[in-house]
Design a binder for this molecule. Sequence first.
Ligand SMILES: [Zn+2]
Length: 392
Amino acid sequence: MSLPPLVEPAAELTVEEVRRYSRHLIIPDVGMDGQKRLKNAKVLCVGAGGLGSPALMYMAAAGVGTLGIIEFDTVDESNLQRQIIHGQSDIGRFKAQSARDSVKEINPLVEVVLHEERLDNDNVMEIFSGYDLIVDGTDNFATRYLVNDAAVLLGKPYVWGSIYRFDGQASVFWAEHGPCYRCLYPEAPPPGMVPSCAEGGVLGVLCASIGSIQVNEAIKLLAGIGEPLVGRLMIYDALEMQYRSVKVRKDPNCALCGENPTVTGLIDYESFCGVVSEEASAAAAGSTITSKQLKEWIDNGEPIDIIDVREINEYEIVSIPGARLIPKNEFLMGNALQDLPQDKRIVLHCKTGVRSAEVLAVLKSAGFADAVHLGGGVIGWVNQIEPEKPVY
Ligand SMILES: [Zn+2]
């Protein structure tokens, strides 16, 4: 299925533009007409992180006339392993500004519009309506559903991508011509089931593999060339080095773009996706301790057993003194419970306190009534108690 171009061509290219884009202009399918369409295009990139970095850089180089960047975060050292639009001297700067400077360095002809705020229900419709196309580089489910729903409600296409460890996915969602994200994933995964990149890691170069697919699709949609990834899901396995594409059909029962939609406006995405499960937040209520409290217990020689529920790789990067490792899954599968001491209070911790809250719920229902977990996890511990240790 080929689709008409999203954008009308600009009146003309300047001499400078003809020189700059000559390798595009001599491709028959792009040519002068395609390049003029790119010049006229307004594309919004949601996030200037792992996917946003290569996406923004290649769209800038390709001559997309206006690039919007929505991003509220600042550059952290741990971003630089994959977020190549930022550099060492950008640490601590706002990502949106750092990204703008890189875009301008690559191509000063691009107009950059910054939206230095968190995308939410109050601003999404107004921001999206100023653009022809959205490139989604978000890393959490709540924002992903927000992007999808706003795009569908506004009748706009968007290019979606996601990355985790060695696995990537990409697609183009455009309800007018094919499925939306909800047709593919009607429900957000249960909280704690799908770890974020911060919890589970991501191979840096995977961002380039998926981000470049997103730009490729953006260019095709803007210029109206080729077969867009509408109704198809691209699945990339970097370890096996395999790309597969599977058909995704529009779901007639889709809550948003189906025949009898039940979602007719923006919803509460945080609660739709549930940051932590109800069981976990119930277990954590009144059973969450601070890093200072844990430090006191350790210093006073209190009878406690500190259990780190992360994975071995994470444990090797940084750990709390005296903590022993029993990964979360050992608890979920029921293997770890019989080895727990009955005469010591159990203190669970993970990276930030999400996984440990899930395990706490398991322990509480198994009768460990006085078990607690560390709010903020090892990251909070390092920040408050051992700032010389690395965080990740
Ligand atoms: Zn749908």
